[in-house]
Design a protein around this ligand. Structure first.
Ligand code: SAM
Length: 631
């Protein structure tokens, strides 16, 4: 991610205005649309220009149509496309809308602009709800129960377009070529063609020669047709070739009933697959069974693939939680998180992140005084404030993700082997009485965390077990005032039912699950450095071995991958993984599931291709993978 990305992802305040009934951008000296006829114009140019009513209406069951747009602006084009899809497409079809926006409107600007169209209100309300979760880079939001998916790249068009593919129709809407030539270069036209499926169409309100010639050179057959209103002409065209037929699988086995498996089951079910979810113990018995998990997005200013992935996953996770889990103080709290500058290294990381100038709803720097005021207890350091973060009860999230009738959950079932067949996979499954049976499905998604080692072919993946212990400590009168998560070298959550969760230890290659006093002491000692209140809390307990012995807690074993990039994607034909989420599963499992499900169904991916490639398990498995896999 280059410097331009960082400098330009600040929001667009004060650059927007109404002029003579047009929503006007001072930055570009051009209009978004006209107040009177903006909606009709979008419908004429983009929806009719791409023959969307017919194409939506003739979609085959369980298939999805994908649109690419240059310039999201107010989202008006997205909303009217969604409404048309609602009106004419059959229920078992999906819509993917990919758009790019370098200068996103802020929340107020967006809702003010969209208030102009009362007929779109139900759709606009959904969009404005997700809008508060936007992050720089890629955003993936689901609407209409997962049937409509928006992938919004908040970055420069030249960064985003080479990172996507699979588009069926384009809306070219990036202000006029004269005012914004960067949006209409030959390179951009080339990427548009490269990201298209055969048979893809485009429409644009401009009839500029540079656009016509550029799109022709990129391979489109281009026509001039009558423009909207006073515009004499506009352009429309298509890429030669029949649209590909994409039969999607209809059955799946998901192995592992933690967050990764439940999210994968949910993402597949929302695309019409019948899913059998197999869990050897009970739902959330492993690392996803902790009473409380925190949403901790540890980012670095140098945006490599891992951090692009974590940032996109964080935004996605917050939007997913809004859909699935109410903020009720029992299952979930949006109490915010303070990442404190407790060491020179952390202070440097935080300073660099603060210098990016990202919108404050993602994070903002705070000094120790403000951090203390936010936390409700005295803190020794300032740091970064993440207002959208919080904690949740992972087992409740697992249960909420399994709401679909298309998912059948089998607990107490251990998969002993996986064998490829001509049209899918066969799993040998053992129940708790050691009785074996076979299940078959077109695809399998393995989400077993570190336990993947028990499936021989997958044992080649570089996953290491890491034991982690949480400590539950009774709140004191002073510590009860804590209102936010505070995070130094360890973390502490606000008291729930009179106890704080303090976490967590890391013991590589240790799969024991007994509670351990020395790890309680380690968790507590990490609190000492960040606050006088927490030092007292820690000292009171740590000095007395009997008190330490009586502390409650929980251990679980996470699966960790060198470099921390999870293993997400297709390993062998029809065999997928979502593994190695380490301590970040609450953040990364949801978007990983989207990525796997989109790959399975040949749909638009929720992440940049470079990130999808970096996640791929293929590159990181050992070179020899046996064709037949038996346990
Ligand atoms: N489709 C939009 C709607 O429905 O409201 C209107 C799009 S408006 C005409 C063009 C948009 O392109 C603006 O929001 C602008 O910020 C964005 N834009 C301009 N240059 C860009 C660039 N280089 N990369 C990404 N977005 C850009």
């Amino acid at each position: 991610m280059d410097l331009a990305f960082r400098q330009h992802t600040g929001e667009s305040s004060r650059m927007l205005d109404w002029q003579n009934g047009h929503l006007y951008s001072a930055r570009f000296g051009d209009v978004y649309f006209s107040k009177d006829s903006g909606l009709e114009e979008k419908q004429y140019v983009f929806l009719q220009g791409n023959r969307l009513a017919d194409r939506f209406g003739s979609l085959q069951p369980d298939s999805a149509f994908s649109i690419g747009e240059t310039g999201f602006g107010t989202g008006l084009s997205f909303l009217c496309t969604w409404r048309l899809f609602d009106q004419v497409a059959s229920l078992r079809t999906g819509l993917d809308f990919f758009s790019v926006e370098k200068y996103p409107l802020d929340e107020k600007e967006l809702s003010t602009a969209l208030a102009l169209w009362p007929e779109l209100r139900p759709y606009a309300d959904e969009l404005t709800l997700r809008w508060q979760r936007r992050v720089p880079g890629w955003n993936r939001w689901s609407f209409a129960g997962g049937r409509v998916r928006l992938t919004l790249a908040i970055e420069d068009v030249a960064e985003a377009l080479p990172e996507t593919h699979g588009i069926d129709a384009w809306f070219l809407d990036g202000f006029s070529p004269a005012r914004n030539p960067e949006m209409w270069t030959q390179q951009i036209f080339h990427w548009i063609a490269r990201a298209s499926r055969a048979g893809a169409t485009f429409a644009t309100y401009t009839s500029a020669g540079v656009v016509r010639r550029g799109l022709e050179q990129a391979g489109f057959q281009v026509k001039k047709i009558s423009g909207f209103g006073r515009k004499r002409e506009m352009l429309q065209g298509d890429l030669p070739g029949p649209p590909p037929v994409r039969p999607a699988p209809s059955t799946a086995i998901v192995i592992g009933g933690g967050i990764a498996g439940c999210a994968a089951a949910s993402a597949l079910a929302s695309r019409g697959l019948a899913v059998e979810l197999l869990e050897s113990q009970t739902l959330g018995a492993g690392a996803s069974g902790n009473p409380i998990g925190i949403l901790h997005a540890r980012l670095s200013a140098g945006m490599n693939a891992l951090h692009r992935f974590v940032l996109a996953s964080y935004g996605h996770a917050l939007a997913l939680l809004d859909e699935k889990l109410p903020v009720d103080g029992v299952m979930r709290s949006e109490c915010g998180e303070l990442q404190l500058s407790f060491s020179a290294e952390e202070a440097r990381r935080i300073e660099k992140l603060a210098a990016l100038g990202w919108p404050s709803h993602v994070f903002r720097p705070v000094d120790a005084v403000e951090a203390s005021a936010l936390a409700g207890i005295e803190l020794s350091y300032g740091g970064l404030w993440f207002p959208g973060s919080g904690w949740l009860a992972p087992p409740q999230l697992c249960a909420a993700l399994l709401g679909s009738q298309a998912i059948t959950l089998y607990t107490g079932r251990t998969v002993k082997s996986l064998t490829p067949m001509s049209h899918g996979w066969r799993a040998q499954v053992e129940d708790q009485r050691k009785q074996a049976r076979f299940l078959e499905a077109e695809i399998v998604v393995v989400c077993t965390g570190y336990q993947v080692k028990s499936l021989p072919a997958l044992a080649n993946l570089p996953l290491t077990p890491v034991r982690g212990q949480l400590t539950l400590i009774p709140a004191t009168t002073a510590s009860r005032n804590l209102r936010t998560i505070v995070c130094g070298s360890g973390y502490l959550a606000p008291a729930v039912a009179g106890r704080h969760v303090v976490g967590a230890t890391h013991r590589f290659n240790d799969t024991s699950i007994n509670l351990n006093i020395s790890e309680h002491a380690e968790n507590l000692s990490r609190l000492r450095e960040i606050s006088p209140v927490l030092r007292r809390l820690s000292d009171d307990v740590s000095q007395d071995t009997r008190q330490l012995e009586q502390l409650d807690g929980r251990t679980s074993i996470r699966g960790s991958v060198p470099g921390a990039m999870p293993l997400v994607g297709e390993l062998l034909p029809g065999l997928y993984t979502s593994l190695g989420h380490g301590t970040r599963g609450l953040i990364t499992a949801g978007l990983s599931a989207e990525s796997v499900a989109a790959t399975v169904c040949g749909q638009l991916l929720p992440l940049p291709l470079s990130v999808v490639n970096a996640l791929s398990p293929v590159r990181r498995a050992s070179p020899v993978i046996p064709v037949s896999i038996k346990g």
